[in-house]
Design a protein around this ligand. Structure first.
Ligand code: ADP
Ligand code: MG
Length: 569
């Protein structure tokens, strides 16, 4: 449907023309008319289908000139990037409507500047729930004039623990209002919000795929801490790609991973910038000829490689750049073939990073469960059996019947012999299938850590570069840890807050994962450094305070996390 057919004002049509939108996407054609009528709507469509304009156009159209200094529309988004992005788009939609003023408010940015902007008189506010709450409590944002509230990426906001904030905000907005919710998925939690806060909503769903859909199916796996190599091995065994490329972020990782896969019997080779040109050429030729079928590379080394029939790309590390993601997955699905890209995300933070990439690249990346050891073994077993049946039908090894009858004469049953041969053949196949211990607890799964909590667990201490001087409380630390690592609150032991730093006991097994995921995060607005604690325990009892975590506190750790994520979103 053309934008012209949607009954939009001249100003908006002019803006659409300037931006270059002609044809409305499916979600836009369906929801814009309903929203302009003032209906409550639940909109569901994939990433990249144009949801921002679907709610943004009606939002700017609804602004009442006569009340231009009153906030009339509030839009909640899960992250600051999304809030900024939506704000920019709305400004473009309203370019020819000088009375529309849009402002973005999000954490991690100067609140004074935002207050200044809000005071200048805005009528649309786009913000993250945490910062919006902040402004409400400072009374720098008044919600009593609001006529429309929009929850963008509602599922993601709930995933991030913003439920309570969202409900509080909904509570502040006048009841006489339009409530709009957009989401890529509709989990039960969302239906609950819908029932409570919307009035007679119209559900609009579309099956439309992303605007930039291509020939690559994209999946990701949430991999327990420290188990990426096992996960990768499992995937290689389960999917058996003929030719695959694996991407790592560092040369060291390329070397390590190559060594590990080769030692497990995979035909793999590494490629990175530190290698001599001659060995690089050799590796590439082996890959092109199929002598090795797994190429492990860094982004830089893989640039310009031109191999057409790669059927799977694995992102062992999350790409550091959106463009890298596109380049990586572009290695497969070439020359009219389909391909698949699999990304290993180690914990919640990496999942969030990947979702950001998906958003920017307009990709739809679907979550999959890792194949289990049993899945792989069963598949291998049936493959062997199929092969045996095929040989039996073709009479390939018929000559060995003589040997068999000899053995029978010695008293062995054919049955037993067949079982032994089958066992030998299959155990060869499954030798390299990794043992996958039940994964570490992730928030929300309700599963327990199998390694066991308690006395026998080996702990180490990490040192985080914020302390009492930074007005840190134990629940901030715990919240940040849970949020960044995806581990359960009870995985963490004693938290000691000193003047300038804090130590936390963590399970030895998770140490790399914790260091990895916590690096660069913010706690109470402070960008932190984290390292293994080298022990400079002071016992003068003066310049530090000790907090022993009481087990009870974790019953409310959701709350802690939420409060905290607000602080460093
Ligand atoms: P979603 O929120 O559903 O993930 P976005 O609103 O971010 O999608 O839009 C995805 C991309 O599509 C953006 O680059 C946007 O500018 C573009 N887009 C949206 N609607 C249209 C349209 N009707 N015509 C052309 N491009 C569009
Ligand atoms: Mg969006």
């Amino acid at each position: 449907m053309q934008f012209k057919e949607l009954g939009l004002s001249e100003e908006i049509l002019k803006a659409m023309e300037k931006i270059g939108f002609e044809e409305a996407t499916e979600i836009q054609s369906k929801t814009i008319p309903l929203l302009m009528e003032g209906r409550d709507v639940i909109g569901r469509s994939h990433t990249g289908t144009g949801k921002t304009a679907a709610f943004g156009i009606p939002a700017v159209a609804s602004i009442d000139k006569a009340r231009r200094n009153t906030v009339q529309v509030i839009i909640l988004c899960p992250t600051r990037e999304l809030a900024m992005q939506a704000c920019d788009e709305l400004r473009k939609f309203s370019e020819f409507m000088p009375w529309v003023n849009t402002c973005a408010v999000y954490g991690g940015a100067d609140i004074e500047k935002q207050i200044f902007q809000l005071k200048k008189g805005v009528n649309i506010v786009v913000g993250t729930p945490g910062r919006v709450m902040d402004h409400i409590s400072r009374r720098t944002l008044k919600l009593d004039g609001i006529r429309t509230i929009i929850l963008d990426e509602a599922d993601e906001m709930l995933n991030m623990g913003f439920r309570e904030d969202i409900e509080t905000i909904l509570g502040f907005v006048p009841e006489e209002r339009q409530t709009v919710l957009f989401s890529a998925t509709m989990p039960e939690q969302i239906m609950a919000i819908t029932e409570q806060y919307q009035t007679d909503p119209v559900v609009v769903g579309t099956a439309e795929r992303s605007r930039t859909v291509d020939s690559v199916e994209q999946y990701y796996f949430d991999v327990p801490a420290g188990r990426k190599t096992d996960a990768l091995q499992m995937l290689l065994l389960a999917y058996e790609p003929k030719l695959s490329m694996i991407f790592c972020n560092t040369k060291r990782m390329v070397d390590e991973l190559t060594e590990q896969l080769v030692s497990k019997g995979f035909k793999a080779a590494g490629l990175h910038g530190d290698m001599k040109q001659s060995s690089r050429t050799q590796v590439l030729n082996s890959f092109k000829s199929g002598r090795i079928n797994i190429l492990i590379a860094t982004d830089v080394a893989a640039r310009g490689i031109d191999v057409d029939n790669v059927d799977a790309v694995f992102n062992y590390d999350i790409p550091q750049d959106n463009e890298y993601y596109i380049h990586r997955i572009g290695r497969t699905g070439r020359a009219g073939k389909t391909g698949a890209a699999y990304t290993l995300a180690g914990g919640r933070r990496q999942v969030t990073e990947l979702m950001d990439i998906a958003r920017y690249t307009k990709a739809h990346i679907e979550r999959r469960d890792l194949p289990t050891r049993d899945d792989v073994i069963n598949a291998k077993t049936s493959a062997v059996i199929e092969k045996i049946k095929g040989y039996a039908d073709s009479g390939k090894y018929a000559d060995y019947a003589k040997v068999l009858s000899g053995l029978e004469a010695e008293g062995y049953s054919v049955n037993d012999l067949a079982a032994v041969l089958l066992g030998m053949r299959i155990s060869k196949e499954i030798r390299t299938v990794p043992e996958f211990i039940t994964p570490v607890t992730r928030r929300g799964t309700g599963r327990e850590r199998p390694e066991g909590i308690g006395k026998n667990r080996k702990n180490v201490k990490v040192e985080i570069s914020v302390g009492r001087q930074n007005k840190i409380a134990p629940n901030y630390i715990l919240g940040a840890l849970v949020d960044a690592t995806g581990l359960a609150g009870k995985s963490f032991g004693r938290i000691d807050i000193y003047d300038k730093f804090t130590t936390v006991e963590i399970p030895e097994a998770d140490k790399e994962h914790v260091l990895d995921t916590m690096t660069g995060t913010k706690i109470n607005g402070h960008k932190i450094k984290i390292k293994l604690y080298e022990g400079r325990e002071r016992n003068d009892g003066k310049d530090y305070r000790r907090f022993d975590k009481k087990p009870r506190r974790h019953s409310s750790h959701n709350n802690t996390t939420k409060r905290n994520s607000k602080r460093y979103q």
